[in-house]
Design a protein around this ligand. Sequence first.
Ligand code: SF4
Length: 79
Amino acid sequence: MNKENENGKPGQNVAGRFSVDLDKCIDCDLCRDIAPEFFARDDDGYSKIIKQPVSADELETCIEAMDSCPVSAIIDNGE
Ligand code: SF4
């Protein structure tokens, strides 16, 4: 977890493979519904990554959330 998240600043993704583009997120709640362990709503109404996937099952869950995002706001930066 990076320092920004420890400080609870809004819109800060935990560093790692996945991130949310705040310029695209429309606060539809879908990713948080599919993968609540990894996505949370910040104070400004955008999703952010609160945990990066580790296991294969977790990765699959995050990819499902990414593929479900209606505005392609979830970014997979690769390994
Ligand atoms: S699914 Fe996409 S648009 Fe909806 S809250 Fe998540 S990141 Fe935002």
